[in-house]
Design a protein around this ligand. Structure first.
Ligand code: ZN
Length: 382
């Protein structure tokens, strides 16, 4: 089974909160692979931000993407799933309509950069609405798809390597900020690409909806778990004023449209939502941890190997090549991931087992099922 090796040299620590710099942070969990502690999740007592205080460095991810890309190409695996792409196109369609409402100059071409465009198959939806758009995507297996299918313009590297003489009207980050190693530093840099009074749309998974149980302890793909309060705070650190909140039709995501200002009064009250308290966060992370009555914190979880760059460990045998891509929906794996308490090692172990009921398999398959009309609401600026 292909796997991604990791050593201590590949790891980095964060001692303070990446958003508010507070040193008052509390550890929620530690994840291990072959005795190496490779991922830790912590909570900031000051702003309620939940983030990976220990994680693989950016370079490790870059190497892993290249390795995955090579294996997928050697095996002639189609590198995208049509259902995922349909979903992406729908997302870009509704977001481009929403942003257009807030663009002052609707007659001229609106210049836009999409940071972390993934496959880039949604970029043409912006073009249809009068935007000129360039996508940025560091994962080569993703970037190639949109170029090939739609002739999309995609810069194939991390956003830190992107520079431009032009100033842009709009910047979008759709489900990319949570993957970025230094959200504050990166956001500061990319905001310099935007004109004054230009728009920045950020959409991320909403912590409360996204973290449902212990699985997030090993969710390697996400380095930040935002909630409304700390996403607004992050924006304000780089002079982005929140204007409107977008409620998508695709899921309970956190979408905020900001406007770039010269200066922001830091004490204005943008939202009434209280930050999550530590006990609530611990409750979420300890859900479905079976086999032990009293859970000790930080929660310790181990995986047999890292074979997936999002979930850390997948139970499918051909895991680096997801089963649905190999068998084109005809056959799905009957294995599921599970977790058990090991009293000797005093750690929760993730393992794979055959699904015993069809209910278990169904649960595994369900995703993208969410349907409501999109809407938006203005921030109540005081
Ligand atoms: Zn903080």
């Amino acid at each position: 089974m292909p796997e991604f090796n990791i050593t201590k040299k590949d790891l980095e620590f964060k001692k303070s909160c990446p958003i508010c710099m507070s040193l008052k942070i509390k550890k929620i969990s530690s994840a291990y692979v072959q005795q190496i502690n490779y991922l830790e999740t912590s909570y900031c007592e000051n702003c309620g931000f939940v983030f990976r205080s220990l994680r693989p460095k950016e370079n490790w991810f870059k190497k892993a993407w290249i390795m995955r890309d090579k294996i997928q190409r050697d095996n002639e695996v189609k590198q995208y799933d049509q259902n995922v792409e349909k979903h992406r196109i729908l997302a870009y369609d509704e977001i481009s309509k929403f942003i257009k409402v807030f663009c002052r100059d609707k007659k001229n071409i609106i210049k836009c950069v999409d940071v972390g465009c993934g496959t880039g198959t949604g970029l043409h939806k912006f073009e249809e609405k009068g935007f000129e758009i360039i996508g940025i995507e560091p994962d080569p297996s993703r970037a190639r798809v949109g170029k090939k299918l739609y002739g999309a313009e995609i810069f194939e590297n991390t956003v830190d390597k992107f520079s431009s003489k032009n100033k842009y009207d709009v910047l979008t980050l759709m489900h990319s900020l949570e993957h970025i190693h230094n959200p504050l530093k990166t956001l500061k840099r990319i905001c310099s690409l935007v004109k004054l009074k230009g728009l920045v749309y950020i959409e991320v998974p909403n912590f409360k909806e996204h973290v449902k149980d212990w699985n997030d302890v090993i969710y390697l793909g996400h380095l930040s778990n935002f909630s409304l309060k700390n996403l607004v705070l992050l924006g304000m650190q780089v002079n982005l004023l929140p204007i409107a909140r977008f409620n998508t039709s695709r899921g309970p995501h956190l979408g905020i449209l900001f406007r770039k200002e010269k200066f922001i009064k830091k004490n204005i009250n943008q939202n009434e939502e209280e930050p999550l308290i530590f006990d609530e966060v611990l409750d979420l992370y300890s859900k479905n941890l079976n086999g032990k009555k009293k859970i000790d914190f930080p929660i310790k979880v181990s995986v047999p190997t890292i074979n997936d760059l999002s979930l850390s460990y997948k139970s499918d045998e051909n895991t680096i090549i997801p089963t649905f891509m190999l068998f084109r929906s005809k056959k799905i794996s009957h294995k599921i991931r599970s977790i058990r308490w090991d009293p000797k090692k005093r750690i929760f172990e993730v393992f794979s087992k055959r699904a015993s009921t069809s209910k278990e398999l169904k649960k595994k398959k369900s995703s993208y099922l969410f349907n409501r009309k999109s809407s938006y609401e203005y921030f109540n600026l005081k």
